[in-house]
Each structure stands twice: as structure tokens, then as C-alpha cells.
Design a protein around this ligand. Structure first.
Ligand SMILES: [Ca+2]
Ligand SMILES: [Ca+2]
Length: 184
């Protein structure tokens, strides 16, 4: 069965906003290098800081994992089609999530939980999403749509994350976990 237009929109949104940092139309190592710089700059971590090294290590592992599973034609880049194929396989068996997918999910949670108290609140979520170029109003609206009680812990985040990549229901709260408030 082909991927529904709705799920395709969600997959391409994450591709464009969170992964293809240099807007080249493909995901490759360069995007991850730029993401490392950008995230560390946002958090105030310079090279030599253990947080910098940790961020770099995790994101390069994410890239290696992504490349291994998605880059079917081995050109060192993950195309739109390769990206969507991989996530469609995930949608069919979310319980068999790949290592890099879980690692990236954890990474996003930790990045958004700036205070480190084990939950993401609206301010934390908004400041990270704004750094990805999403308008502040939209981040806040999205947060309120997926977070029923004003904060989201890691367990809830994992459920929302899975829903984002698997659900065809336009009202599923997980649709909003990447800061987009509507896919109309
Ligand atoms: Ca790119
Ligand atoms: Ca490729």
C-alpha cells in the first residue's frame, strides 16, 4: 500500500526542517556536521566541552545508522524516496525500531528537556523548535495539541513520536511533536 498523502507530508516535513539542514534536497553527513554546530551553539557548548563531544558522537552515530539502512543506492546521500521508504517500513513494524531511530528520539528529548528534569515544558519545546526556524506561535500551538497537562515525560514523548511516524489520523496528538501545528 502506498504511503498516504498525509503521512508523506509529515515525513517530508521532518526531512526538510530537521534533517536536510543545508536544504540541498538530500540528507548527508554535511547536514549532520551543520546540525552539531548549530545545536552546540544554541546550547553554548564550544569545541572541547564534553557536551559538544557527546552531541557530536551521538549525531554521527545517528547519521551512520541512517545511512546504513536508508541509502539503498550507496551514493552517500539519503534521498526523499529513500527516507520515505525507510519510515514506511518503520510504520509497518514500529516495535522493530532501528537503533538510530531510538537514539535520535532520545537525543531530541534530551535536547528539548533543557532543564534536565525529565519532562519537556512549553518554553523548552518552543525555544528548540524556534531554533529550527518554526514560528513561535506555531510551536506553542503544537505543544498544546500534544501535551495535555503542560509537560511531556520521556515515556509519553516516545508514544507521540511513534504516532507521528505511523498514524494517518489527522487528530492524533503525536502529529504535532515536531512543532508543526497543522498539516492541511
Ligand atoms: Ca542536505
Ligand atoms: Ca542514496
Amino acid at each position: 500500500m502506498p504511503i498516504s498523502p498525509f503521512r508523506l507530508k509529515k515525513l517530508m516535513y521532518v526531512f526538510n526542517v530537521f534533517f536536510d539542514v543545508n536544504k540541498s534536497g538530500n540528507i548527508d553527513k554535511k547536514d549532520f556536521e551543520l546540525a552539531i554546530e548549530r545545536i552546540c551553539k544554541m546550547r553554548g557548548w564550544s569545541e572541547g566541552d564534553p557536551h559538544y563531544d557527546e552531541t557530536k558522537k551521538i549525531l554521527l552515530q545517528v547519521w551512520e545508522g541512517l545511512k546504513q539502512r536508508a541509502d539503498h543506492d550507496h551514493d552517500g546521500q539519503v534521498s526523499h524516496e529513500e527516507w520515505c521508504t525507510m519510515w514506511d517500513e518503520y510504520a509497518q513494524h514500529p516495535e522493530r525500531a532501528l537503533d538510530w531511530q531510538l537514539r535520535y528520539m532520545d537525543f531530541m528529548f534530551d535536547m528539548e528537556d533543557t532543564s534536565g528534569d525529565g519532562a519537556i515544558d512549553e518554553e523548552e519545546f518552543t525555544s528548540v523548535c524556534v531554533s529550527y526556524g518554526i514560528p513561535e506561535d506555531e510551536c506553542r500551538t503544537a505543544f498544546r495539541k500534544f501535551s495535555s497537562n503542560g509537560s511531556t515525560d520521556k515515556k509519553k514523548f516516545a508514544e507521540l513520536w511513534t504516532e507521528y511516524f505511523t498514524s494517518d489520523d489527522p487528530n492524533a496528538p503525536g502529529n504535532f511533536v515536531f512543532g508543526k501545528a497543522s498539516f492541511d
